[in-house]
Design a protein around this ligand. Structure first.
Ligand code: IPM
Ligand code: MG
Length: 371
């Protein structure tokens, strides 16, 4: 039986980078004789232009009926003045909520080859390897009321940060489980000196720690965490945090990896797909980069690494995922660079989006088929 993958390329550089990731998946599928069936649909700004809404019910239903979703990015200047609930970004929130994708995994790894691409000093970022686990379906992104009002005293606006105990419990538990399989360190990030949600979060993390004696739990306040992340990033293994803090910290963390163009993500739910693994949505953490869209300059590696995460988490194909990751690292070792990760190092070869994708595929195809 074929596994169904819904491909949502989105706006800006989305179609370019997902195009390469999709071809990588096809190569892996052919090589390992996996039956993958790809369906494409419109999302974000393109969906607004065609259907008047960033996420149609039909696309959401198709996502729910798929084994995994591969997504590019949404948004762009053309839709910047669209009303709040009709903005392209709403499509992401609708998919996250509609698929129940509460766990957002954002691995941050500094590859030796890309150390010079970061503005941070090598002695700080050499060997960085951690995962940010961001809660994705709660908090201030979804709390009600969230609105703007006109009053006699002037305009006002409100957003609400709301979490249930259960929402906190399942993501924190997920964090402990990830840490248990890695270096056994979990950093829980909150703002417990100010926020009620954070105080409950910290209390629950401390309670759950009793079930994971082999994992060391530490608490950090989000403001000082922002500093520790660039001062001593090697100290972290798994970082678990709520929706908004995770959003902010992962953009900061991308500097450690050399470029936003390198960071993949997986958003996982509780439900299992037809392969018996978690249903998930996979996307690069970068945006649509309208300034370089359509110019074959984008870095497809974050999208390709997201496809690798899809293989691992939604299809249970660890060896195939590793094959893709190794191919990416191999191509970088050979000196190939897209513009965002160019360092002026000798031997560096500047390539475009398409060429980078092709190099990764060629490397996959040249591997012994013994996985
Ligand atoms: C991200 C993005 C999204 C978010 C936007 C585009 C809605 O910044 O995935 O990090 O805020 O979650
Ligand atoms: Mg973000």
């Amino acid at each position: 039986m074929a596994y169904k993958i819904l491909v949502l390329k989105g706006d800006g550089i989305g179609p370019e980078v997902v195009g390469e990731a999709l071809q990588v998946l096809k190569v892996v599928a052919r090589r390992s004789a996996i039956d993958l069936e790809f369906h494409e649909a419109l999302i974000g700004g393109h969906a607004i232009d065609t259907h008047g809404t960033p996420l149609t019910d039909e696309v959401l239903a198709r996502a729910q009926a798929s084994d995994a979703v591969l997504l590019g990015a949404v948004g762009g200047p053309k839709w910047d003045n669209t009303r709040g609930d009709k903005r392209p970004e709403q499509a992401l929130l609708g998919l996250r909520k509609g698929l129940g994708l509460f766990a957002n995994l954002r691995p941050v790894k500094t590859l030796k080859e890309l150390v010079p691409a970061s503005p941070l000093r090598p002695e700080i970022i050499n060997g960085v390897d951690f995962i940010v686990l961001r809660e994705l379906t709660g908090g201030i992104y979804f709390g009600k009321p969230s609105e703007r009002r006109d009053t006699q005293a002037g305009r006002e606006a409100v957003d609400t940060c709301f979490y249930t105990e259960e929402e906190m419990r399942r993501i924190i538990r997920f964090g402990f489980e990830l840490a248990r399989d890695r270096r056994k360190r979990l950093t829980s990030v909150d703002k417990a000196n100010i926020l009620a949600t954070s105080r409950l979060w910290r209390e629950i993390a401390t309670e759950i720690a009793a079930d994971y004696k082999e994992v060391t739990l530490e608490h950090q306040l989000v403001d000082s965490m922002a500093m520790h992340l660039i001062r001593r990033p090697r100290d972290f293994d798994v970082i678990v945090t709520e929706n908004l803090f995770g959003d902010i910290l992962t953009d900061e963390a991308s500097v450690l990896a050399g470029s936003m163009g390198m960071l993949p993500s997986a958003s996982l739910g509780e439900e299992l797909n037809s392969a018996g693994f978690r249903i998930g949505m996979y996307e690069p953490i970068h945006g649509t980069a309208p300034d370089i869209a359509g110019r074959d300059e984008a870095n497809p590696l974050a999208a390709i690494l997201s496809a690798a995460m899809l293989l691992e988490h939604s299809l249970g194909m660890r060896a195939e995922a590793e094959l893709v990751v190794n191919a990416v690292e191999g191509v970088l070792r050979e000196g190939y660079r897209t513009r965002d990760i160019q360092t002026g190092a000798s031997g560096a070869k500047l390539v475009g989006c398409k060429a980078m994708g092709r190099l990764v595929r060629e490397r996959i195809e040249s591997q012994e088929s013994d996985t």
